[in-house]
Design a protein around this ligand. Structure first.
Ligand code: NCC
Length: 276
């Protein structure tokens, strides 16, 4: 396809991707008893609007970054999966407004999703790699991990904590946008939590700073800032089209390259901050 400029890409993203979450009215959930556990309104009606937001990737390059204070200065902070703050406050801050989790985290025993206090801060948003069709009925019968079972269990144990499920359409609207801007065919797997969370925050914030999604001078093979596990695929991608996601974000960045190098920081405008 044609090589779009940053502003053109932002407009395309804004036009094609609509962040929505499941509500009790969505079929086939509307006919199921547990649908009453879903929030009555979509996430974007309940969250924000915020001025300045931070998206904190889980990359190993956050380690020894000293970015904690800067991250906490934002009005809202999004984190991913089982990325902790306790023990890492100097580098990643303390504030958690939203935690975006994949269905693998919800289902696997090692993450103790139902019992760990790690997940109790902020609003939870869960997602599961759905079939490309984004048909809710098809997905319901063929989730990657048992997202709905775990959702029901968690909601019954923690009824006060807001908890949303991302509409799988978002994954594929985003995937289509990535593919539309790449010369080669990319693997048909949904984008990483990192890009999904970034677009989520662009929907409710005026400005979004994304940390260590594009690696800084601290770039390392250390997978996560919170684990002693080394694998370059964490930064470069394997299952997720991560390198393509990063290419797109690099092209949309409105901050100077220097900020990527020193802070691993990218600056993106919220969807309501520009006209197309
Ligand atoms: O690793 P993960 O992601 O939880 O990281 C969250 C997001 O941060 C960005 N990232 C992370 C590490 C790194 N070195 N560079 C990065 O840019 C990515 O954008 C990433 O999405 C996921 O996307 O949900 C993912 O989840 C893990 C895993 O399921 C959870 O951490 C729970 O253990 C996946 N790993 C495996 O399946 C083994 C990972 O592929 C994607």
């Amino acid at each position: 396809g044609p090589k779009r400029s940053g502003p053109e890409l932002l407009c395309q993203l804004k036009g094609r991707v609509g962040v929505t979450t499941l509500t009790p009215e969505h079929k086939p959930f509307s006919s199921l008893l547990w649908a009453t556990l879903l929030p009555p309104r979509p996430l974007t009606s309940d969250l924000g609007p915020f001025k300045r937001c931070a998206v904190v990737s889980s990359a190993g390059s956050l380690k020894n970054s000293g970015l904690g204070k800067e991250i906490d200065s934002h009005d809202a902070v999004l984190r991913f999966n089982s990325a902790p703050t306790v023990g890492f406050v100097k580098d990643v801050g303390t504030k958690t407004t939203v935690r975006l989790i994949n269905s693998q985290v919800m289902a696997s025993d090692d993450h103790r999703f139902l019992s760990s206090s790690l997940y109790s801060a902020g609003i939870l948003v869960a997602w599961d790699p759905a079939p490309y069709s984004s048909d809710l009925g098809e997905w319901y019968n063929k989730t990657d991990y048992p997202i709905f079972l775990q959702y029901q269990k968690y909601r019954r144990l923690h009824p006060q904590q807001p908890f949303y499920i991302l509409h799988p359409r978002v994954e594929w609207q985003l995937w289509d946008t990535i593919q539309a801007n790449m010369a080669e065919a990319i693997q048909r797997n949904p984008p990483s939590s990192g890009l999904l969370g970034t677009v989520l925050m662009m929907s409710v914030c005026e400005v979004v700073h994304v940390y260590e999604f594009l690696p800084s001078r601290r770039k390392t093979e250390l997978c996560h800032y919170y684990q002693r596990f080394y694998d370059a695929a964490c930064t470069l991608g394997a299952y997720h089209p991560l390198l393509y996601e990063k290419n797109l974000v690099k092209r949309m960045n409105q901050g100077p390259d220097r900020h990527i190098f020193t802070h691993g920081r990218v600056t993106l405008p919220g969807f309501n901050s520009f006209n197309c």
